[in-house]
Ligand binder design. Sequence first.
Ligand SMILES: [Zn+2]
Length: 284
Amino acid sequence: MKPKQALMALFLLVCTGLLHAAPRAGFYADYQKVTDPDFKEWNTAFRKERALEGIAEELNSMVRIPSPIALSLEECGEANAFYDPEARRVSLCYEMASELIDLFGEDRSEEEVDDLVSGTMMFFLGHEVGHALTDVLDLPITGREEDAADQLAVLMLSDGSEDSELALIAAAETFATWAEDAEADEDSFADEHSLDEQRLYNILCWSYGRDPEAYEDFVTDGLLPEDRADGCAEEFERLERSWNRLLEEHLITDSPMRRRNAESDDQEEAEEEEDLETVGYKRR
Ligand SMILES: [Zn+2]
């Protein structure tokens, strides 16, 4: 870089800092102004906790992206969550949290409702981040992008932490409740999203597939039909391998996904060696 260009770059950098604008690349927190008194209270609490900053930091330590992407909690005028490719913004609507509180609030304790709402919101954040990565990294996705985004949400919540496990259970419970309340009609069959029941069984299958021993109750309690459960370990392994390969050149070395990838590679190598020592083909 020539001295003049370097000065210009420095000038731009200072301006960016002063204006608190988006970084040049990476996820960043963006709290929008809200008018509803309840949402205002939540907004203040999240800002104080630096909730979005923490999530942005975690994502930036995991994957390198060439553009800035805003993570935003906002009042949208509808109960939803979405990614806007033009604005490069992941939006989680306060209305959605509010609707979930109404959905679960009647017959559950405050603590349970908190877990269900924050867990479901985390799942949807992961889902929208899936859309955002597909967009900015121009990832090839065959099949339905909505299913692929659900896969990434589950994968990102597969780090074995208690919060992540709770988030997956919460998302499954939300889809189960939505499925009970809604009747599948022509519009839902035509929709780009899979049906709520299908999204529910996918989450159960992939969670079980990651660790069949830990989630054995899903099958013994009849939540996940045995016929589906049989292939879940393979399904999870394949989706993990596929997403890791899609993100391979963008992952930062010590990211959780990269670490898991390296671990499963080591494990696979060890198992392959074992296979060579024993006789014949072993199906896993
Ligand atoms: Zn989506």
